[in-house]
Design a protein around this ligand. Structure first.
Ligand code: NDP
Ligand code: 8X3
Length: 257
């Protein structure tokens, strides 16, 4: 029976309005962990707070801001009094599958600013508090795209390679403290990710998961929960997680193959 080590902790989860972030919030709530939930869609955050506080004996605070907006993040944290035990840097997205020679500049800016600078902003603002208390855990959601690169994924892959480098360097900067730093690197997870990547084209998004069984958000949430729930001396650095039907970014076995 796994010991519950996060009951009564406070976790800050970015991108909690959907997918992996939302599933992680639900699992943490079930474990009795208080939550600070971030995302831009405030109505979804309010609804999540309502259901989680009704279902579990926890407190939920809302942090409805864009992780790209450093001033908004700074302002929110300046008013936040309770310590943060766990930071899950999950907010992120892909935009488009265009080759480098005809990709949209706006798509690149959105990915770089969210996937890299969002993680930088939140880590820069929250890690000093963890270092000062000499306790805490930062978990970054990377991707298989941070370990390999595929055509049409140039900038998305570059941002996730950056998350990998940043995670490793953050661990080294915090060397000698009890603050833990980890990363989870999933392959195909069926969330709103592909709908966002294909800018609302649901048919193209569905094709990504057609005739194969992808991971679901709960699969990744369980891994995040496992990582944070290790004894305090255990620091898992990274976990690469594929659905069984996937063996690399480009190798996906379909039922009709
Ligand atoms: P979803 O699209 O389902 O969820 C993304 C979340 O990020 C939403 O809650 C969204 O909230 C939030 N978000 C996006 N931009 C911002 C922003 N600027 N500020 C604050 N929140 C933001 O996708 P996933 O759950 O799949 O993605 C979560 C993470 O997992 C991402 O980092 C992604 O790169 C990574 N990942 C996903 C994989 C997949 O196959 N699905 C595989 C590997 C990694 P809102 O729009 O309300 O702001
Ligand atoms: C999302 C998974 O394969 O589209 O990070 O890069 S993939």
């Amino acid at each position: 029976m796994m010991k519950n080590r996060i009951e009564g902790n406070w976790a800050f989860i970015t991108g909690a309005t959907a997918g992996i972030g939302k599933a992680t919030a639900e699992l943490f709530a079930e474990a009795g962990c208080h939550l600070i939930l971030n995302g831009r869609r405030e109505n979804r955050l309010k609804e999540l707070k309502r259901t989680l506080e009704a279902d579990y004996n926890i407190n939920v605070k809302l942090a409805a801001f864009d992780v790209r907006d450093r001033d908004a993040a700074k302002q929110f944290l300046s008013f936040l009094e309770q310590p943060i035990d766990i930071l899950v840097n999950n907010a992120g997205l892909a935009k488009g599958v265009d080759a480098v020679f005809d990709a949209q500049y706006d798509d690149w800016d959105t990915m770089v600013d969210t996937n890299i600078k969002g993680v930088l902003n939140m880590t820069r603002l929250i890690s000093p508090r963890m270092k000062e208390r000499n306790v805490g855990h930062i978990i970054n959601i990377g991707s298989i795209a941070g370990h390999e690169s595929y055509p049409g994924g140039s900038v998305y892959c570059a941002t996730k390679h950056a998350v990998k480098a940043f995670t490793e360097a953050t661990k080294k900067d915090l060397h000698g403290t009890n603050v833990r730093v980890s990363m989870v690197s999933p392959g195909l997870v069926e969330t709103e990710f592909s709908e966002v990547r294909f800018k609302g084209d649901a048919d193209r998004a569905d094709e990504v998961y057609e005739d194969m069984e992808p991971l679901v958000a709960e699969d990744i949430a369980e891994i995040v929960h496992f990582i944070v729930n290790r004894p305090p001396h255990v620091n898992i650095m990274d976990t690469i997680v594929f659905p069984v039907a996937q063996s690399s970014s480009m190798m996906v076995s379909r039922d009709n193959d």
